[in-house]
Write a protein that binds this ligand. Structure first.
Ligand SMILES: [Zn+2]
Length: 271
């Protein structure tokens, strides 16, 4: 490894996705070789979190792959399948020292035939209460539901819960509203897309101590890998684009965003 190699933290990935089943170990080694030191695998439903927990456990102590962690939460897409009393099924995951956050949770009103909105609202609220009770940070998924998500997260009762907005994809005005509440924002490969100029603008607006970068892999591969299965190694393109936009050295952008991730997820304190 050269001194020039960056320290990269992919703060939101889905290595439990079946598209990684055939070549996961090899893929993770390639990510490590590209400078990816840490990966947070985001939870979406109980079986997927169980699978992620196994992947994270296998990676632990293996210096040839990134240091992996996971979060536990019910994604809004699955809200229709989980009643709020099933949120308790997430609790056992938090006895694992590598389970760092409640997520991804939130609201997604993009699809007309998606999970019923009231079911999404109910399970989102229940999981925020769980995070507050456990003293854990939350990782938020929000799509086409900014006002509704903001209304819930800005409630006084959740003011003590650290919030990371994953895959932030609005304008500076919305970024400012979240930042004013003390939240951190994370950006994907969408900042490299031709039509993603406003997202890059928002990424350049966020104070450096509240900025994170992520792949959301296997989705949202950055240019020049757009359309391919994404993986944490491709995060270098996202980081380069944001570093250039902010006029700061690439390795510094990587280091600062990695430090933010470690601090947000209390990783130094835990493992
Ligand atoms: Zn995700």
């Amino acid at each position: 490894m050269t001194e020039e190699q960056p320290i990269i933290f992919d703060t939101h990935a889905h290595y439990d996705d079946e598209s990684f089943d055939a070549d996961l170990d090899q893929t993770l080694r390639e990510c490590r070789d590209a400078g990816v030191r840490y990966i947070m695998n985001a939870g979406t439903s109980v079986p997927e979190i169980q699978k992620a927990q196994g992947i994270v456990a296998r990676a632990a102590g293996d210096a040839s792959v990134p240091d992996m962690y996971f979060s536990a939460g019910i994604h809004p897409h699955f809200a229709g399948e989980y009643s709020t009393d099933r949120v308790g099924e997430l609790a056992p995951f938090f006895t694992d020292p590598r389970c760092c956050a409640v997520g991804e949770i939130g609201l997604d009103f993009h699809y007309e035939d998606g999970s019923p909105r009231n079911a999404q609202q109910d399970i989102f609220y229940a999981q925020l209460c769980m995070a507050r009770q456990l003293g854990r940070p939350v990782m938020i998924h929000e799509r086409d539901a900014f006002d509704e998500t903001y209304a819930v997260l800005s409630r006084q009762e959740f003011s003590g819960v650290p919030v990371l907005i994953h895959c932030f994809s609005h304008m500076v005005a919305e970024a400012k509203k979240y930042l004013d509440l003390g939240f951190s924002l994370s950006f994907t490969g969408a900042v490299t897309y031709k039509n993603g100029g406003y997202t890059l603008e928002a990424a350049c607006y966020v104070p450096i101590d509240r900025l994170m970068i992520e792949t959301d892999c296997p989705y949202l591969a950055p240019v020049p890998k757009r359309g391919k299965r994404n993986c944490s190694a491709y995060l270098v393109h996202t980081a380069q684009t944001i570093a250039e936009g902010r006029g700061m050295p690439y390795t510094e952008l990587c280091r600062r965003t990695a430090e933010n991730g470690l601090r947000f997820y209390s990783i130094d304190a835990r493992v």
